[in-house]
Design a protein around this ligand. Sequence first.
Ligand code: DQA
Length: 142
Amino acid sequence: MKKFLIINGPNLNLLGKREPEIYGDRSLSEIEDETMDKLKNFEVEVDWFQSNIEGEIISRIGESMGENLEALIINPAAYAHYSIGILDALKMVPFKVIEVHLSNTNKREDYRRAKLTAQGSDIIMEGLGQDAYFLAIYSQLI
Ligand code: DQA
């Protein structure tokens, strides 16, 4: 059984309603259900966590240290661009870190070009839309 933790940062609880032309029209819980459905023939366990609060995200990353994960998948959302606290937490973890962004932040506003948390990630996946979570897990199964 391969274990994954998926962390979503601020405003991603409003997926589906939030700028759907950029972030897609499915809600986070619909994405979770569809991702789990696509993974039903694999031996995987996935824990989904979302918070709008930086400290809660940092604490959840710290807790994951004892969880024997295959990979931690994180969409830090806006925190990707400025959170040294999340970067420091990601640098601690002993397993693979995959950072995902639904949009391709390189094609957007200049302030999204700063990539702090990505410096603590092994793999970056951007611009794949709402299938990004499934694709991140699948990339570790093949
Ligand atoms: C995002 C991109 C970030 O720049 C933005 O602040 C988000 C979502 C994405 O998934 O494309 O909240 O992480």
